[in-house]
Design a protein around this ligand. Structure first.
Ligand code: NAD
Ligand code: 0WE
Length: 258
């Protein structure tokens, strides 16, 4: 049995904030499979968290990137090109909305609030994919992003993020069609709720988790490792025939009617 199926492969991971981040679980799975990983941080506070984590997986490449800035994205990919030349995949695990837009009335979302949520959480995938394309290895590559059921159904308080995730999921399909000729695959994992930094301070998140474990067919909550194992599949040649897909990793929660 080959326990290093991704040895010699290189992946860019955006969205590690701390040890609870979905992107960190995916990074550990990639490193465990023998891959080399580059990590990014959005600001100095996150950098202080990410550097020690990068060291844990022997990541030699830790770079700044604010997905709201084209200059920042250009600098990231220029640096990756000079350090690595080619990459085999990208993990996009980034989302942000102004706190006031999660929990207030949906019909009161402001224009600036809509803009920032869609920019950081949806447009950023397009911005990253377009820059990753020329770096992808001749064998093609795999891009994954993280989404949530709130894209497809109304989840109380998810609000503007639901609209952003709907745009993200549509972007996965359009990117898959556009990048397929270069053998670049684009897929999304729709994860069930998990207590991470991005879930902290969300009103009634504990109740949401408790309800989830009662209603989901598997009668439990989702773990970071559940997401990481599916991510590993999508980032590896095991999923070579799949692109444009949204896969629920949610203990079956989405299939339940009442
Ligand atoms: P997290 O807070 O650990 O990760 C979010 C990341 O986004 C952070 O690393 C943050 O630094 C980064 N980020 C925010 N603004 C950025 C910017 N302008 N430029 C670059 N990076 C920026 O939380 P998480 O739960 O691991 O979230 C990762 C992804 O998973 C998100 O897309 C989220 O929507 C999605 N998701 C989370 C859950 C959940 O319940 N936790 C469920 C489904 C999907
Ligand atoms: O995508 C997300 C969270 C995204 C998110 C979270 C925050 C909190 C702090 C985006 N922006 C911010 N901005 C902040 O200032 N998830 C899938 C997790 C999540 O968030 C919810 C959920 C779930 C699940 C919000 C309401 C209801 C359910």
């Amino acid at each position: 049995m080959n326990n290093q199926p991704l040895s010699g492969k290189r992946y860019l991971v955006l969205g590690v904030a701390n040890e609870r981040s979905l992107a960190w679980a995916i990074t550990q799975a990639l490193a465990g499979a023998g891959a080399e990983v580059a990590l990014t941080y959005v600001n100095e506070a996150i950098e202080r968290r990410v550097r020690p984590l990068a060291a844990e997986v022997n990541s030699q490449v830790v770079l700044p990137c604010d997905v709201q800035s084209d200059e920042s994205l250009d600098a990231l990919f220029a640096e990756l090109k000079s350090r690595w030349g080619t990459i085999d995949g990208v993990v996009h695990s980034v989302a942000y909305a102004d706190k006031e837009d999660l929990g207030a009335r949906f019909c009161k979302i402001t224009r600036p609030g809509f803009r920032v949520a869609l920019d950081v959480s949806a447009y950023s995938l397009i911005a990253v994919a377009g820059r990753a394309e020329p770096l992808m290895s001749a064998n093609g590559g795999s891009i994954i992003t993280l989404t949530y059921l709130g894209a497809q159904r109304v989840i109380p308080n998810y609000n503007v993020m639901g609209v952003a995730k709907a745009a993200l999921e549509a972007s996965v399909r359009y990117l898959a069609a556009d990048l397929g000729l270069q053998r670049i695959r684009v897929n999304a994992i729709s994860a069930g709720p998990i207590k991470t930094l991005a879930a902290s301070g969300i009103p009634q998140f504990r109740e949401l988790l408790a309800q989830f474990a009662v209603k989901a067919p598997l009668r439990r909550n989702i773990t970071q490792d559940d997401v990481a194992q599916t991510a590993l599949f999508y980032l590896s040649p095991a999923s070579a025939g799949i692109t444009g897909e949204i896969t629920f990793v949610d203990c079956g929660y989405n299939v339940i009617g009442v």
